[in-house]
Design a binder for this molecule. Structure first.
Ligand SMILES: Cc1ncc(COP(=O)(O)O)c(C=O)c1O
Length: 506
């Protein structure tokens, strides 16, 4: 158990290890926090490429807010709504907010499916929504199958407080990490052999970290698997509209599968299917903590709504977003432009990697990251080999990328690299560093550890420690990704030192 001062007076849950912070994924954050990149103040700092944040269209949202002052209760134009909004505390949520979210979910799925606002249950981001649905479906000790590689914070969100076990369904590069029936059966058998009751299968579609969308056949087979086994299927569709390259054809929502297959109860039981969604990625608003569970099961909607009291979306946020998302013209332009900008950024970044012989998973068409294949650079094909390379990338090349082991990837040598949480210039610096690093490696003179591709630590700074368990400094990250040491910038959630989990909802 983690040693916390005074831990004898804390609960076992508060002090156990399932928070997941002790992983390389979060250690990379600490490295960034200790010495973050700034183009002029700290040009040799660590560039944050471990944060799946979509900053590419925030200008459009700011513009909308400026042009619509009546949507906010903190402006002269909107202040007349202050009392109503500030006193509202119904866990059903503002009807106009739920209607607007339902419409937005339809729009983000190419208007191919309909969503009933009455089935929307609020959560605090997808993080809260994932925990809420887990609490509704599973008991202490039950198991969820989760295809790997998977979003590292699933361990915390699905398992920490619920005490549900996560059983990975191992996928590998031989078929581009597709989820197969044999892999599902193996994981299911493994869980049942050890006496666990499997209650569900949780998928992220589009996938974090792969950036791929499930094809319709695979999705249908997952629905059929859940139906046959009488287990739930939770589809985390947080990246539904964070899709580029033919967005309307690439992403298939589980809602479409239900629409087309509900007439065949042997292959599709809607009562077992639940969607988790959030505005953190498609709108780029993770700080507003808007997440929802959309369940096709009446009982889940009922008990989920009661439980949502623990993680509601503030009525002020509901009020603002109800107006913004109801502006259909704006939403249409935003989604189109976001997809275009993401596609462009993804293209430039992956081409830059390609030029130095680095391949990324090819079928990716979604998300805020690439799944980068560095297997050829490993000194040994093991997790130790992967972490050794990762330490060089974080400590010497000064890029915080996330190693595959933290996504429970079975093949060492894959890394997730985020590209949408920075400006163009920072991305170019990152590419230059990678280029120099690879050239140093190719020169074969061991220079990757000193003068090529390596940003020297500033004079007087200690070299990074091998295990990267760093202490925090008080530098803070602003909304724009810059840093500030002003206490005014501190997150209201943050103890000192700030928890890397705040940035880990990504
Ligand atoms: C697949 C997935 N689910 C859930 C989350 C958490 O999102 P939120 O910020 O809405 O809590 C993330 C964030 O990266 C994610 O990638």
């Amino acid at each position: 158990m983690e040693s916390v001062k005074g831990s004898c007076v804390l609960s076992k849950m508060a002090t156990n290890e399932r928070h997941g912070e002790n992983s390389p994924y979060f250690d990379g954050w600490k490295a960034y926090d200790a010495y973050p990149f700034h183009p002029t103040d700290r040009p040799d700092g660590v560039i944050q490429m471990g944060l799946a944040e979509n900053q590419l269209c925030l200008d459009m949202i700011r513009d909308w807010i400026e042009k619509n002052p009546q949507a906010s209760i903190c402006t002269p134009e909107g202040l007349h709504m202050f009392k109503d909004v500030a006193l509202f505390q119904d866990y059903h949520g503002l009807p106009r907010f739920r209607q607007a979210v339902a419409k937005f979910m339809e729009r983000g799925r190419g208007n191919k499916v309909r969503f009933d606002p009455e089935r929307i249950v609020m959560g605090g981001g997808a993080t809260g929504a994932n925990e809420l649905i887990t609490f509704c479906l599973a008991d202490d000790g039950d198991a969820f199958l989760v295809p790997s590689p998977y979003y590292p914070a699933f361990d915390r969100d699905l398992g920490w407080r619920t005490k549900v076990q996560i059983i990975p369904v191992h996928c590998n590069s031989s078929n581009n990490f597709q989820i197969t029936r044999p892999a599902l059966e193996t994981a299911y058998d493994q869980a049942t052999r050890t006496g666990s009751t499997v209650k569900g299968l949780v998928i992220a579609n589009p996938s974090n970290p792969l950036g791929t969308c499930l094809d319709r056949t695979t999705l249908e087979s997952l629905v059929a698997f859940a139906t046959e086994k009488r287990i739930h299927l939770v589809a985390d569709e947080i990246y539904a509209a964070t899709v580029f390259h033919n967005p309307t054809t690439q992403f298939v929502s589980v809602a479409e599968v239900i629409r087309d297959n509900a007439a065949d109860p042997a292959r599709c039981d809607p009562d077992l299917i639940h969607i988790v969604y959030s505005l953190s990625k498609d709108m780029g608003l993770p700080g507003l903590r808007v997440g929802v569970v959309y369940s096709y099961n009446d009982a889940v909607v009922r008990c989920g709504r009661r439980m949502s009291s623990f993680g509601l979306v503030s009525s002020q946020t509901q009020h603002l977003l109800a107006a913004m998302l109801s502006d259909e013209d704006f939403v249409g332009r935003l989604l189109l432009e976001s997809s275009r900008r993401l596609g462009e950024r993804h293209g430039r970044f992956s081409k830059g990697l390609e030029r130095v012989g680095i391949r990324c998973l090819e079928s990716s068409c979604a998300g805020l990251f690439v799944w980068m294949d560095l297997r050829h650079l490993l000194k040994e094909a093991s997790y130790e080999g992967e972490l050794a390379l990762w330490r060089v990338i974080v400590n010497e090349v000064k890029l915080n990328v996330s190693p595959g082991v933290s996504f429970h990837c079975v093949e060492p040598g894959w890394f997730r690299v985020c590209f949408a949480n920075m400006d163009e210039g920072t991305m170019e610096v990152a590419l230059q560093r990678i280029r120099a690093f690879i050239q140093g490696k190719e020169a074969g003179d061991g220079r990757e550890n000193n003068d090529v591709g390596v940003v020297k630590p500033p004079a007087g700074k200690k070299r990074w420690q091998k295990d990267l368990r760093l202490s925090f400094k008080t530098v803070r990250r602003s909304e724009e990704g810059h840093v500030s040491s002003s206490p005014l910038r501190m997150s209201p959630h943050s103890p000192i030192p700030r928890s890397p989990l705040l940035w880990a909802r990504n």
